[in-house]
Design a protein around this ligand. Sequence first.
Ligand SMILES: [Zn+2]
Length: 311
Amino acid sequence: MRRQTRTTPRRAQESRRTLKPTTRPLLYIVFRRDDGRGPSQLKDAEREPWTAPRETQPGGVALFYLTGPKRGIWAIGRAATEAAPGKPGKWAKGNRPAYFVQHTNVILFSSPITLDELRNRFPKWTFWNNLRGRRAHLLPEEYRAQLARIVAEKNPSARDLLSPWLSDTEEREQPRYDSGRRSVATVRRLVRDSTFGKLVRQESGGRCAACAADTDYEGLGILQAAHIRPVEERGPDELGNALALCPNHHALFDEGFWTVDHKDGRKIVLQPTLPPEIKQTFRGALRCNWRLDPKELKWHGDNVFRKRSKL
Ligand SMILES: [Zn+2]
């Protein structure tokens, strides 16, 4: 009598294909049922492959959705270079074929992005109606930059992971851009982004530019490099477009609760509607060791700050 051997892993190995880079990194959502360990199980994506759509490619950005009691998008990662076809069945029936794809650089969020949150922010996104039975979906391109912002709110360190995808948004508008050059630009972008963060934090002396308190946030490991005009709005990775901020003043800045007078370059302007206990946390003038670009400050004032005043 022949002993039955487990052949599945081998078969998967044989039919593995190498993912080919295409002109732009993709964003997609992969799903997994909660096995009782909650979001921490998402770290397994780095060891065990997850089902992902056929279009997956190296550098593609994956959002990890956990079903069950703690449902929501709990992590972000990047597709590795190999994929094995998924088993045909319910999953593939009438839909695009799925593959098992390994992911790297999996970063967990401290709180999930819920599907409701996505639906509210992206009212035109009707694809969610088709989710049942499909479980994975590529996201419409026009929402990528916006979604990147939401993800960056959940975990600022996920920003580097998203930068190829953000720079893709910028570069798509440039004509005659071949795929070879594109991938080179993507790599440069990654390097530049992390250098940007380091430089900003270093030059700041560890302090938040807006804080009345003289706290060494860099010492605490929570100082953040903020773009005055965000990357997805074509803001450059330059000191003139940068502020070193604590997490609170960063969030308040991005949401338009305060800005810097672009003519003065130093004067902090607060929304009058801010509660007094928050107003107290601000200095009158910025603490910043470099010159800010008035053009970027004006952009923030005209767009982000003004939008908030109208709410
Ligand atoms: Zn601060």
